[in-house]
Design a protein around this ligand. Structure first.
Ligand code: 8YV
Length: 332
């Protein structure tokens, strides 16, 4: 019997890919490519399973000719690149990579917050540029993080992990979320629920950790930036499109807020030129989950899901992080 085919759109850890080989014919890309819609549709049409990254938009058009496709594993916890309704309607299972990246992404939110508040990137560029000729007592004044008010917009698993880190900094945590957390979770995170306007007005450092949805498009735009303190820092480790990047560039230029740390962008990998011009922003190329351990864990979880969807491995028949469990017919 011919083996099922799995297409892997992004190169990753060969030893983890090897776990698929006893059961699948593996078609793994060996370099980072940008797939046009025709190419993407062609790869999916030849596959029974696919492991894809966030740049691959898997919608009704992409799967229209994919009559063999039974499962798509997304390399990320956010899955706004998948049209889950279209996949479910076509009977195709889908999975994401929750939990394994929570703590790593929370670490990175703090890294960006600290770097932006204390002007690390800006100072490093200045030093490398050979401009350090003497000390300036009043130079490089940034904002403290310890003892300040940290605001978290979006209080799921990652938001809660960001909140837990505040204790060591003796910082106060305010949060806003679609729904208020149970009292014991609020206690464990030492976080106080407030409405969005209060969050914007009172946060010294505001961290965005909400999923990208149509409702969350430009959740932080011109009006919200104006509502923040002029000394505030904004951090986005969630998704491009949650912040209006043009409005952010203006707010950083006019001093409406003091600084930003941004890992995700509208239309990435392009970055709004107004952001690139600013010194009071720390920019990174969507790397919040990129620790050696966590990227391996994410890849392994995607592989586990595919193996399980086809009746193999320790979770046979039950992909551990399937998003649409209702569709899973016996694909083995
Ligand atoms: C990406 C992320 O998946 O998990 C998410 O939602 O945004 C990241 O972890 C990662 O950059 C791999 O593409």
């Amino acid at each position: 019997m011919n083996k099922h085919v799995v297409w892997i759109s992004r190169p990753f850890f060969p030893d983890i890919v090897d776990r698929l080989r006893p059961h699948f014919e593996v078609r793994a890309e060996t370099e980072e490519l940008k797939f046009g819609s025709a190419d993407l549709a062609k790869h999916l049409a030849g596959a029974d399973a696919a492991i894809v990254g966030l740049a691959e938009r898997i919608d009704a058009a992409a799967i229209a000719g994919a009559s063999r496709l039974r499962f798509v594993a997304n390399l990320g916890v956010g899955y706004n690149n998948l049209d889950l309704d279209a996949l479910t309607a076509a009977g195709i299972g889908a999975s994401n990579t929750p939990d394994v990246l929570t703590e790593t992404v929370a670490d990175y939110a703090w890294a960006l917050m600290l770097a932006a508040a204390r002007r690390v990137g800006e100072a490093e560029r200045w030093l490398r540029d050979g401009q350090w000729r003497g000390s300036r007592f009043e130079g490089w004044l940034g904002a403290d993080v310890h003892g300040k008010t940290i605001g978290i917009l979006g209080m799921g698993r990652i938001g809660q992990a960001v909140a837990r880190r505040a204790a060591g900094f003796r910082a106060q945590v305010l949060y806003h979320n679609r729904s208020r957390l149970p009292a014991e979770v609020e206690r464990e995170c030492a976080a106080t629920y407030v409405d969005k306007a209060t969050l914007l007005g009172r946060s010294d450092h505001l961290i965005l950790v909400l999923p990208y949805t149509a409702q969350n498009h430009h959740a932080i735009g011109e009006a919200e930036l104006k509502a923040m303190k002029p000394t505030a820092t904004l951090v986005n480790i969630a998704r491009g499109g949650i912040v209006d990047d043009a409005a952010l560039a203006r707010a950083l230029a006019t001093g409406e807020i003091a600084a930003a740390g941004i890992d995700v962008f509208e239309g990435e990998p392009s970055v709004h030129p107004g952001l690139l011009e600013r010194d009071n922003i720390v920019l990174s190329p969507h790397i919040a989950s990129a620790s050696r351990d966590t990227r391996r864990d994410m890849a392994a979880l995607a592989v586990d899901n595919v193996l399980a969807a086809f009746g193999h491995g320790p979770h046979a028949g039950q992909p551990p992080t399937i998003l649409n469990p209702g569709v899973l017919a016996d694909a083995s």
